[in-house]
Every structure is written in C-alpha cells, then in structure tokens.
Design a protein around this ligand. Structure first.
Ligand SMILES: Cc1cc2nc3c(=O)[nH]c(=O)nc-3n(C[C@H](O)[C@H](O)[C@H](O)COP(=O)(O)OP(=O)(O)OC[C@H]3O[C@@H](n4cnc5c(N)ncnc54)[C@H](O)[C@@H]3O)c2cc1C
Length: 402
C-alpha cells in the first residue's frame, strides 16, 4: 500500500502543501495538469500572515529580494485628499511589510525547495476522478487511465476543482456580479500629482468606482492599474469572448480616466494587451465538509473556499490552510474531530475576509443610487486579527488541549 499523500494541482496551495508535508516527514507527490509551472496573473499581494510562513519555508529572503515592499494602501478622493489608510504590513507590528511579487517568481522559489528536497512533481498529469475510498486508502485515476492508490488525496486544484466533484458533484462556483480588469504599465508613464505621491493608491469616485494603482517589481518601476465593474454572469462562450477581448478591457480601463486625474490618463495611454488581466470574481458557497466521509480525500485553497482578490488574501489564506493541515497531520491528528476543528478555524477566517472584501468593494465600485451603499466604515481598518495570527501556535494549542 502506498503511503504517499497525492496532491492534485501545483498552484501556490499545492506547492506549499507539499513543502509543509515534507517538513513534517510525510512523503507526498504533486500532480499538475499543465505541462509546466503556472505563469498567470501578474503580481500578487502577500501580507505578514503568509510571509511569516514563507519565512519558515526558507523563501522569504528571496521574495523580499524580488518584490516591492510597502506598508499601507491609501484611499483618496478625487480632490486628492487622503480618506483612509489600509494597513497591509508593518515590520514593527507584524514582523513584515507587505510585498507585491510576480506569481511566477514565488512559484520558482517554491520549486527550488522541491529540487533541494527531492519532492516529486509530475507535470502533464491531469486528475480525472476518485475510483474508490476505504478507511485507509484512496484509489484515483488520471485522465490517461493510470490509477494510483494513496494514503490521502488532497485537492489543491483551484476554484473549478475536479477533486471537489467527488464530494460535491453538483456544486458550481457562484459569480459575485463583480469583475476586475487590471494591466501592468511602466511607472515612468505616470504623471504623478507630486514627486513623493504615496502608492499603492485607490482613487475613489462615487459615480465611476475607483482607479487602483499598485507598484510592483522590487524598484517599483512598474505599476498594476485596475478597475472593478458590476456585471451579469455570462455563459461559458460569453466568458471566453470576454477574456479574449483585450480591446474592450483596455477601453474599460481608459473609460472616464480623466475623472481620476492626469495620473490615470497617463497610466492608460499605452496599455500592452499582453499585460492585461481579466478576472470575474467567483466564490465557492460554504461547504459542509472539506474532507470526505472516510477522510481520505481533502480540499485546500481555492478548491475549498476561493475568495475574490479585493483584500489580496487568496494566497495568504491558502498558505495558512496548508501549513495548519500539514502540522495537524504531522502530529498524527487526522481524525474527523481534528479535521473539523481545522475546517471551522479556517472557515471562520474566510468569512471574516469575505466581509473585509465587501468593505473594499464598496470603495471600488460605483455607488448604486441611495441603495445598500452605506458607508458603515467610519471605524477604519484594524487588521491585527488578520496579520497577527500565529498559525503554527494555533495548531499546537489545539493539539495540546484536546
Ligand atoms: C489573475 C489573478 C490574480 C490574483 N491575485 C492575487 C493577489 O494579488 N493576492 C492573492 O493573495 N491572491 C491572488 N489571486 C488568488 C490566488 O492566486 C489564489 O487564491 C491562490 O493562488 C490559491 O490558489 P490555489 O493554489 O488553491 O489554486 P490555483 O492557483 O487555481 O491552482 C490550481 C492548480 O491546479 C491545477 N489543476 C486544475 N485541475 C487539475 C486537474 N484535474 N489535475 C491536475 N491539476 C489540475 C491547475 O492547473 C493549477 O495549476 C489571484 C488569482 C488570479 C487568477
């Protein structure tokens, strides 16, 4: 009988899970449908809650060398007045500044750990379905017909997870009615309101939503520019057209740019199609269980709880999931009660993040006349609960107290 834990999907969740299981002395292998590592989506935001875990994995120094460091996001009105400051990291308070780093650079650093530790990863291997599950093993199949038997099968295969279909054959991701369009342009193109203009910035207009500008690359020489829109869900063909229509995407970024000032006009003058991203925000409805009845099949990351990008927490939450799970399993705590504790701890964080996302979306979308759009946010953003978590200690506390 194979003792291997099989991980489906080599996104951030799958890669960090494999490294974390390896650290716990649990043999594992990753199976990824793509022929090579992911190289999608441009730069991503990383906050102290995951940077601490990346530090434990030995890749923080590499990330810091490659990424753009910042502590706050600034929300300004059209007149340029600072309305709010959203904390994203702080060395003094949480040990780390926030970082924006290219996803492929993060993945490359994780893959270096695979090489250094001989963790097996199989590209061009597409998971098909679970064949059978017993108390101790799970037998599953790749689309090429190969079957494998593993001690555990963990689905880190993203929002459209096939592993999840085993437990929830009829469940589909739910569209939130919001999409984001972003692009990367040289910072030198931007006419800044003043030489020491602070970014990342969200410039808010009550009737036109918001224009977001966030520096990236270690020296900040490039910025992400972005806007969000409300829209109705499209059919599969409709989404394909929407993704393919880069002219419409760049036109949307350019639309009403003058409202947001010269900085937005200059940022949108020359937008390379190949650096444009189109992202409809889908969520996974809360799942009853992230593990199968016999607990041989588990879900982590976006396959369990995809969260839209508004608060930049997708990766950080996936990494918290997998590190906590690996420690639990490493301590031999994979019983129903243990996985139940893990899931409810994780789900509680996800719910708080969805509420936080809603607060940010209210600042980034045009207001609907006199509707639900109450500015209930006078209290500002106190995010110690988000960044101050010690995921490792939380598991240790659970294990020693139960
Ligand atoms: C455009 C974009 C920008 C983003 N920006 C941010 C950001 O700034 N900050 C942030 O925190 N998060 C961001 N996210 C979200 C973040 O990337 C995810 O939440 C996070 O990476 C966790 O994803 P995951 O590993 O669970 O799934 P994914 O990244 O979706 O990885 C799933 C992997 O599984 C593979 N796979 C799928 N099906 C199969 C199969 N049948 N067999 C084998 N392999 C399979 C896929 O090819 C993929 O490699 C962004 C996402 C996108 C799309």
């Amino acid at each position: 009988m194979s003792k291997e834990v099989s991980i489906i999907g080599a996104g951030i969740a799958g890669l960090t899970l494999a490294i974390s299981l390896h650290t716990q002395g649990i043999p594992c292998a990753v199976y990824e449908t793509r022929p090579e590592p992911q190289n999608i989506g441009g730069a991503v935001m990383l906050s102290p809650n995951s940077l601490k875990l990346f530090d434990d994995m030995g890749i923080y120094d590499g990330l810091k060398r490659l990424g753009y460091s910042f502590d706050s996001l600034y929300f300004r009105d059209l007149a340029g007045s600072l309305k709010e400051t959203y904390p994203f990291g702080s060395v003094e308070r949480h040990g780390y500044s926030g970082l924006r780093v290219y996803r492929f650079e993060l993945i490359d650093l994780l893959l270096e750990k695979f090489n250094a530790n001989n963790i097996p990863i199989h590209f061009n291997h597409k998971f098909s379905h679970v064949v059978s599950e017993s108390e101790d093993t799970v037998t599953w199949q790749l689309v090429d017909g190969t079957t494998k038997t593993s001690s555990l099968l963990i689905g880190s295969d993203g929002i459209h997870s096939r592993v999840r279909k085993y437990m929830y054959p009829d469940l589909s991701p739910k569209f939130t009615g919001i999409a984001g369009i972003t692009a990367a342009v040289p910072t030198a193109n931007l006419k800044l309101p003043c030489p020491d203009y602070k970014m990342p910035v969200t410039i808010m207009s009550p009737s036109h939503g918001a224009f977001v500008i966030a520096p990236q690359k270690q020296d900040g020489s490039e910025v992400l520019i972005g806007k969000q829109m409300r829209m109705a869900e499209l059919s599969r063909e409709g989404w394909e057209k929407f993704y393919a229509d880069k002219d419409a995407a760049t036109a949307f970024l350019r639309e009403n740019a003058e409202v947001f000032g010269d900085i937005a006009v200059t940022a949108t003058e020359d937008i390379p199609h190949e650096h444009t991203n189109i992202w409809p925000f889908y969520v996974i409805p809360e799942l009853d269980s992230w593990s199968s009845d016999n607990r041989r099949v588990l879900l982590v990351g976006d396959s369990a709880h995809a969260v839209p990008p508004s608060s930049g927490q997708g990766i950080s939450q996936a990494v918290e999931d997998v590190v906590m799970l690996a420690i639990l399993l490493g301590k031999g705590r994979g019983e129903k009660k243990d996985l139940g504790w893990w899931q409810s701890f994780r789900q509680n964080r996800i719910e708080q993040i969805l509420l936080l996302n809603a607060r940010i979306d209210r600042r980034r979308l045009p207001k609907i006349n006199g509707s639900e759009e109450q500015d209930d946010d006078e209290q500002g953003f106190d995010l110690d609960w988000l960044y101050g978590i010690d995921a490792v200690t939380e598991v240790e506390k659970y294990v020693s107290g139960s």
